[in-house]
Design a protein. Structure first.
Length: 220
């Protein structure tokens, strides 16, 4: 039975209990066990390869922003030219998930790439215009850029737009940034959502190894 069917059954029984004057709280929604899947994350070498392959500057900058700022697809598409603050090296992410605004640093490399892109492409309003310059780049367009770039590398992992966001968070954690700061940069409402990256990152602990290697390790 699907979760939606569970809910309808429980709500129907609660209504029946209330009409009979019984305690409807006796009927509770059963907890449904969910699969706990860890996110796919690219290595620094894979990320470099992905950033290198696009022939168009627009596509390189687009992938750079997805990874370099940990943006969701709709956040990237909603960026306006005025949202880029080159003086402070920040971008203003407006109305992210949960309708929350936030600022995210872009760093010197991405800042330099953005300036070069703006000078060359001269978009009119949106940072990334669609074919119709009055509209932003389409979701399919963003997905296509990431998919085609991945095809031109030797990366065997399943890479989506959101993979770059997972990679951003994991790399920040591995490079020493605290989990609370990463939560704010990602725009998460709850720290529990961010804690998943602790299961992926190698920060603060010994890198995993195979006991077979230790078994046959040469002694000095």
């Amino acid at each position: 039975m699907l979760e939606a069917d569970f809910k309808l059954t429980v709500y129907g029984l609660r209504f029946l209990f209330r009409t009979e004057g019984l305690d409807d709280q006796a009927i509770k929604l059963p907890s449904i066990r969910r699969d706990k899947k860890l996110p796919v994350v690219l290595s620094p070498e894979e990320m470099k390869a992905l950033l290198k392959v696009p022939t168009l500057l627009k596509h390189r900058v687009l992938i750079g922003l997805l990874y370099g700022c940990g943006l969701r697809c709709h956040e990237l598409r909603a960026l306006l030219i005025k949202d880029v603050d080159f003086d402070r090296n920040m971008i203003h992410v407006r109305q992210g998930k949960g309708r929350k605004d936030r600022y995210v640093p872009i760093g010197t490399n991405l800042s330099r790439g953005l300036k070069k892109y703006l000078d060359a492409e001269q978009p009119s309003r949106w940072l990334f215009n669609g074919k119709d310059h009055r509209e932003p780049f389409s979701p399919r367009g963003v997905q296509w850029v990431v998919r085609e770039a991945t095809k031109r590398t030797k990366i065997q992992k399943h890479v989506s737009v959101h993979t770059l966001r997972h990679t951003y968070a994991t790399h920040l954690l591995e490079q020493g940034l605290d989990i609370v700061s990463i939560k704010e940069l990602l725009g998460h409402a709850h720290i529990e959502t961010t804690l998943v990256y602790l299961h992926v990152a190698k920060a603060g602990r010994q890198a995993p190894f195979s006991p077979l290697d230790k078994l046959y390790e040469e002694k000095a």
